[in-house]
Design a protein around this ligand. Sequence first.
Ligand code: NCD
Ligand code: ZN
Length: 343
Amino acid sequence: MSKLTIPTPDDFHIHLRDGAALARTVADAASQCARALVMPNLTPALDSVAAVEGYRERIIAHIPEGTTFTPLMSLYLSDGLTPQTVIEAKAAGVVAVKWYPRGATTNSAQGVAEVSAIYPLLEALEAEDMLLLIHGEVTDPEIDIFDREARFIDEVLCDLRVRFPRLRMVLEHITTKRGVEFVRSQAKNTAATITPQHLLFNRNALLVGGIKPHYYCLPILKTEADRAALVEAATSGDPRFFLGTDSAPHAQSAKENACGCAGCYSAHASLALYAAVFDQAGALDKLGNFAARFGADFYRLPYNPGTVTLERVEQRFPETLPYGDTTIVPFLAGERWPWRLLA
Ligand code: NCD
Ligand code: ZN
């Protein structure tokens, strides 16, 4: 198959940033999907309904003319978040609450330091039937960075699953075999998003032959066995695994830096990245559900109208892209790629 038409996809995990960045990020997101779940890790964090609503308006103002794109908004689970805010957020159309363990990743300083402190909030989410999106990594400095997801699952998530059995949870950007096994071991109200970079690469891409900052994201790339487990999960047809790119732009100078930021910018070509993964796995027939159905089902959203078409025709990714008054280096900058999205 050299051409593939799938229903119009959704991206259930994206970072659009704010201000001048929106001109780039919203247009790129809208070129790939009709809806995207927008992460709330701005500075300051979006932990009030007014802040989320203001952000939604700024995003909508940047949707290119003639393009259909709906930002799905999330609220940041800070220590200050109250059950009342959760209720108001739901009424305002906010679809999920994002939990960052404090210090786990970019802009997580306002995240949750102590999980037991948020039990009342999780009760409210469960009562409101609102989704909890989880950055699943422990932050204890003693714990090896490659073990942080698995340790979070074993030490935090298993317990939470028992305490809040009806809560609908998405374990965001899973990176490990343990993550796949955990989701599979749970009832149908636990799901996971999977990024293109974790399907395509293991940690060698980051570290062999020199440090490659554009492959650095959190959770960090893992082993080949982990990557293979993710590909198997994504292409298996199990509806609990669906598309979430975690496209996360940082200016070139912030990535190519002695203390480089975490995040890969894949929104310029995310569908072509996934298409190559599914093609290599001999599972192109599974891409449509992964990209356009399973996430919508889990979020209880109607499917998008229309289709998009990908073709197995080589393209070359740009070296850099304009980003506000600076530039970003997109994921796989300058590389040849076997698939492209037809405009
Ligand atoms: C994200 C960012 O830059 O906001 N970075 C990343 O490496 N994925 C934050 C996140 O999702 O962890
Ligand atoms: Zn993210």
